[in-house]
Design a protein around this ligand. Structure first.
Ligand code: 5GP
Length: 116
């Protein structure tokens, strides 16, 4: 199986890539939830956080250093932004290739609605 995001990483399907290195790729979300909405994805296929192994630590740590860099470059670092990793069905994960959302450019409000 190859994931949708692997095809984006290999540039087999189009996307707006804003950063890429040997461990991670960052590209614009196709359906942005805010003025800035970037997905930062390990180049290796990891389905969910439940599948994370110790050998993934370098790539997963890189998600944060790239989040910081991209936030600065896109002008949201000073005002702030939110980093989100959804896991599985209840977590609202749609694409089963672990990824970090970087969302900003407006006041985001509370993390979750306070309801059951
Ligand atoms: P999840 O719900 O899995 O955490 O987030 C998946 C994200 O991938 C969604 O925000 C969705 O808009 C985005 N997405 C789905 N398909 C594509 C695509 O083909 N290209 C890009 N750039 N983003 C996509």
């Amino acid at each position: 199986m190859t994931t949708l995001f692997s095809k984006i990483i290999r540039r087999e399907i189009p996307s707006e890539i804003v950063y890429q290195d040997d461990l991670v790729t960052a590209f614009k979300d196709i359906n942005p939830a805010a003025p800035v909405h970037i997905l930062i994805v390990p180049n290796v296929e990891i389905a969910t956080v439940n599948d994370v192994q110790p050998e993934h630590e370098a790539a997963l740590g890189r998600l944060f250093t790239v989040a910081k860099k991209v936030a600065q470059e896109l002008g949201v670092a000073e005002d702030g932004y939110r980093l989100i990793v959804n896991c599985g069905y209840d977590g609202g994960q749609e694409v089963y290739h672990l990824h970090m959302h970087l969302v900003g450019g407006r006041r985001l409000g509370p993390l979750l609605p306070r309801k059951e």
